[in-house]
Write a protein that binds this ligand. Structure first.
Ligand code: SAM
Length: 334
């Protein structure tokens, strides 16, 4: 099953995501590529893992859309119960861990042949850095593990060193799991004569300070909006008068890119781009006339945006923009 970011709860639970098997372990694979690992792992390890009486529930995260579709094809043909335990999603792994996965909930995280970022100065792009290990120690259960396999010897040593900078892990280096040697990249590197390095990072202590959390609000509780008096008729709002605006606060950037007039009814749509930590969203903010008078500035549901502090501020940025062009703000709720 494929989940969009907006299909998740923030945070979510295994009980909600896998209702048929809520007692099974919750395992995450980061960068699953074409999905070969989990298909092979279930065969090699058997359905029941880690002494658990229940099969594991699988969550796979990828940033590549084409990989998502390939992996979905691979999971087809499985029986219905096995499929109910497989969820694939497309987003950066850090975002999923931070916004969706609650503390102490995962049993295992698999990372097979992650992008090595081999050039000097690019190591900050690597997934397995100290900040990742800190976040993962919080989201894994005590005793939970990261299984890391790579052909890249330098990245391997780098990851061990980064994990050792935290007090959260015991590191062992057993043989790699058989399934990790069957992935597309395992086969590619094997054909070049490279060997796979494997390490397991077992959580022996968890962070006491809470890990930064991306706060997400429900539509019902928090549809951000404002009521304004535009002072001019909405159809007189000239598109040519629009200037792109950039607002920054903390690690959030909001860019108002464009404003469009609706051809169907008196309405404006502002297109905004928002970057907040690992999350990037393009949203529409509508300005419509109210029967009671004045105009409503409101986030539109188009594209299923996730309501974050940045999205609320974007509604504020549109309101401020209109205020700067003569509108009077009557009420702000964001
Ligand atoms: C070298 S490929 C390995 C794929 C697969 N694990 C294998 O062994 O064949 C690395 C994969 O990680 C994905 N990836 C890179 N950064 C990611 C991130 N931040 N979150 C999720 N996936 C990511 C890439 O799209 C790519 O498919």
């Amino acid at each position: 099953m494929i989940y969009k970011l907006s299909d998740f709860h923030f945070p979510d639970t295994a009980a909600r995501l896998y209702p048929q098997n809520s007692q099974g372990q919750w395992q995450l694979e980061i960068g699953f590529g074409d999905g070969r690992f989990w298909a092979a792992h279930s065969v090699f390890e058997g359905a029941l893992e880690g002494g658990s009486a229940f099969p594991a529930n699988y969550l796979g995260v990828e940033i590549s859309g084409s990989s998502l579709l390939k992996a979905q094809q691979k999971s087809k043909g499985k029986d219905q119960t096995a499929n109910a335990r497989v969820i694939l999603t497309k987003m950066p792994a850090d975002l999923l861990l931070r916004a969706v996965i609650p503390p102490a909930s995962l049993s295992r995280i698999y990372v097979n042949f992650p992008d090595p970022w081999p050039k000097a100065g690019h190591s900050e792009n690597r997934l397995l850095r100290r900040s990742f290990f800190e976040l993962a120690a919080d989201r894994l259960r005590l005793g939970g593990e990261i299984w890391f396999t790579t052909d890249h010897a330098e990245y391997f040593e780098f990851a061990l060193e980064q994990a050792r900078q935290t007090p959260f892990y015991q590191i062992t280096q057993p043989e790699p799991p058989k399934a990790a040697l069957q992935t597309k990249y395992a086969k590619k590197w094997e054909s070049y004569g490279l060997e796979a390095n494997h390490a397991r990072f077992t959580v022996i202590a968890q962070p006491t300070a809470p890990q930064p959390w991306l706060e997400v609000f429900n539509y019902e509780d928090a549809m951000p909006h404002a009521i304004i008096d535009l002072k001019i008729h909405i159809t007189d709002f000239e598109k040519t008068a629009f200037e792109k605006t950039v607002t920054r606060f903390g690690d959030t950037t909001i860019i108002l890119l464009e404003v469009m007039q609706s051809v169907n009814r008196p309405m404006l749509h502002f297109l905004a781009h928002i970057e907040e930590a690992e999350l990037t969203q393009e949203i529409l903010i509508g300005v419509t006339l109210r029967d009671e008078g004045g105009a409503l500035v409101r986030l539109e549901k188009f594209g299923s945006p996730i309501i974050t502090a940045g999205v609320k501020k974007a509604v504020g940025a549109v309101t401020d923009y209109l205020e700067g062009r003569g509108a009077k703000v009557l009420m702000r709720a964001y």
